[in-house]
Design a protein around this ligand. Structure first.
Ligand code: C5P
Length: 205
């Protein structure tokens, strides 16, 4: 069974994807980490994320980089959303994601274009959303817990900018696949959102 979970930043898609993977005993790939790894390479080599050639030169990285805690910073996320708009970067990361999706027994992948581009034939597609204000509050709380001192306004502005870039890019923009079930987590606890996701999988798989 292939489960595709898409949605914007801090919508809850990562938490839901991890919980589904645990529940069904499937391997899980957070595809945002791949774009964050490219971003981290760009930052470390002091390259220009707006230049497609610089970003493409940063796409060849070992799986071990995916465990780097620096991938989780706000800066890596922001630069990831810049490099991910380049068509050649998306092409360079495509096979890696498809191979993961097509392993025997299935997989759960979360990202922006899993249901539309990476695994259009996924058995179950979920599109997870929440209002920008609620997503900003969640991300703000996470950042504070991690010791990063940023204002809520700044986090909200970042979320809006990221949504805008992800939805407007010409290559694989963030959008709900026609056959994806919508899951709005705005007013759900994590437990309730996961329960809802499991029941959507049960009715669709
Ligand atoms: O999900 P996360 O915040 O880690 O993703 C970082 C950035 O990577 C996103 O803002 C988006 O631009 C990009 N991304 C993407 N396609 C995916 C996953 C992430 O373009 N499948």
């Amino acid at each position: 069974m292939i489960i595709a979970v898409d949605g914007p930043a801090a919508s809850g898609k990562g938490t839901i994807a991890r919980a589904l993977a645990r529940h069904y005993g499937l391997p899980h790939l957070d595809t945002g980490l791949l774009y964050r790894a490219v971003a981290l390479n760009v930052l470390r080599e002091e390259l220009d994320p707006e230049r497609e050639a610089d970003a493409v030169a940063s796409c060849d990285f070992p799986d071990s980089l995916l465990a780097d805690p620096q991938l989780r910073t706000d800066e890596a996320g922001r630069v990831a959303s810049v490099v991910s708009a380049h068509p050649l970067v998306r092409a360079a990361l495509l096979q890696r994601q498809r191979r993961f999706a097509q392993q025997p027994g299935g997989a759960v992948l979360d990202g922006r274009d899993i249901g539309t581009v990476i695994a259009p034939d996924a058995d179950v597609k979920l599109f997870v959303k929440a209002t920008p204000t609620i997503r900003a509050q969640r991300r703000h709380a996470e950042l504070r817990k991690a010791g990063q001192n940023v204002s809520l306004d700044r986090v909200l502005a970042d979320i809006r900018a990221r949504d805008d870039r992800d939805a407007r890019r010409s290559e694989a923009p963030l959008r709900q696949a026609a056959d994806a079930a919508l899951l709005d987590t705005s007013f759900l606890s994590i437990e309730a959102a996961v329960q809802r996701a499991i029941s959507l999988v049960e009715t669709r798989a």
